[in-house]
Ligand binder design. Structure first.
Ligand code: IFM
Length: 422
């Protein structure tokens, strides 16, 4: 144990995702979406992003390692690797090989996510995650990636945050395809879970010893007034729709409402996890409101909270994070915090980091099997429908010059990483 009493073998690093950092990522549903006037709150586009595809990935990974990180979580862009159905792109695989080799050379353990929100345009045109073939197409892609890149990957994640994608893109209209349909959202979760199970098995077919997991975003939904029955009911309904139904499916191999119209066995979901990842940003205090028809009759009233426009990351809650890790422990596989972070003034970001890391350390001391912590994010990046104004980076990015400047939160994280090694 060391500063904050973090276990010495806990992986510490940062996370990124392909579309958010690579730049010039033209073949996916997001690129097309961003071009529509008004799609991005601050009027920006992903553009050249952080220049990872053009060559800057290596310097960022080296900078992370120099700070003391010993791991990095990144994602692969399906649309680059399979730009047309069944046609895989050799140059794209070669570029990812370079990036993975740079990470390895810098001494970083690499976690790779196969799908982080973006779909090739040709998959999106079929209907994205609402289409019956998408899980099969994802399986084919996963198998090919395992064959081509398997040697460079330490930990595999199939999907990132299936519930967030379903709510933002299929129930809502701020992410592509913006369907505004609850039915589509629940179908998209069910199909993503099928895709997860298929990709899990595909990677194992090629690499029997691979460690393959799934990454869930699980905010706490707490009743605003725990003594009010209706607040408790609304919080539980939101939790079930966002998290509970997925955990039930993974644990018991069964889809229940709202993921299937009647209970449906999904045995392939059982034993399809070698680890599970938690993305945690905050808690919501849910107040029953009969007019909130699109939000399971509950409004979020926590104050203070970390919000911008329509987007709310919730109230920082290290204790809430640990309670979600405890829930995940019921899946009986190793746990990772695959994303955790905030934006805003430096003091807030440093206090957030320290309090969440201290909570991880305390939970590990109590015996939770936590194997790693990844801060979101290494460098400021394209924050989806918010654009560039929401800056989560440990390094600030100057988009004009592509210069990086270490923020106090990044320096503090580095100090903690290095102290742990002593
Ligand atoms: O930027 C996102 C990331 O892509 C998924 N998890 C939440 C982050 C912050 O909103």
């Amino acid at each position: 144990m060391s500063e904050l009493d973090l276990p010495r073998d806990l992986l510490l690093g940062a996370a990124t995702s392909s579309h958010q950092v690579e730049g010039d990522n033209r073949g996916n549903d997001w690129w097309a979406w961003e071009q529509r006037p008004g799609a991005i709150a601050d009027g920006t586009r992903s553009g050249e992003a952080c220049g990872w595809w053009a060559g800057r990935a290596e310097e960022d990974l080296r900078a992370a390692a120099a700070l003391g990180h010993d791991a990095h979580r990144m994602s692969l862009e399906w649309s680059r690797l399979e730009p047309e159905p069944g046609r895989f792109d050799r140059d794209a695989f070669a570029r990812y090989r370079q990036i993975l080799e740079a990470a390895r050379a810098a001494g970083l353990t690499v976690m790779v996510t196969l799908h982080h929100f973006t779909l090739p345009e040709w998959v999106a045109r079929l209907g994205g995650w609402t289409h019956a073939n998408t899980p099969l197409l994802f399986e084919g892609y996963a198998e090919r990636v395992a064959r081509e890149l398997g040697q460079g990957v330490d930990l595999w994640a199939t999907l990132n945050e299936p519930a967030v994608l379903a709510w933002m893109a299929y129930a809502g209209d701020r992410w592509p395809p913006g369907q505004k349909s609850l039915r589509s959202a629940f179908r998209a979760i069910a199909r993503q879970l099928d895709g997860h199970a298929r990709a899990y098995r595909a990677v194992h077919r090629v690499l029997p010893d691979a460690q393959v997991g799934l990454v869930l975003n699980m905010p706490r939904f707490d009743p605003a007034d725990p003594s009010r029955r209706l607040d408790r009911w609304a919080a539980a309904a939101q939790d079930w729709a966002f998290t509970g139904a997925i955990l039930h499916a993974l644990r018991h191999g069964e889809l229940r409402l709202p993921l299937a119209p009647v209970r449906r066995a999904a045995p392939s979901l059982r034993a399809a996890l070698d680890w599970v990842g938690l993305n945690f940003y905050g808690r919501f205090a849910v107040r029953f409101d009969p007019t909130a028809l699109d939000a399971a009759l509950g409004r979020h009233v926590q104050r203070p909270t970390v919000a911008r426009g329509d987007n709310d990351w919730g109230q920082p809650s290290p204790d809430g994070m640990v309670r979600q890790l405890e829930r995940l422990a019921a899946l009986d596989v190793p746990l990772y915090v695959t994303e955790n972070g905030t934006w805003g003034d430096d003091a807030h970001c440093v206090a957030y980091l320290e309090s969440h890391l201290a909570a991880v350390a305390a939970a590990a001391r109590r015996g939770l099997d936590i194997r790693g912590y990844f801060a979101w994010s290494l460098v400021d990046n394209f924050e989806w429908a918010e654009g560039w104004e929401t800056r989560f980076g440990h390094f600030a990015l100057d988009r004009e010059t592509q210069a990086r400047t270490l923020r106090p939160v990044g320096a503090r994280f580095g100090e903690i990483c290095r102290a742990r090694r002593r």
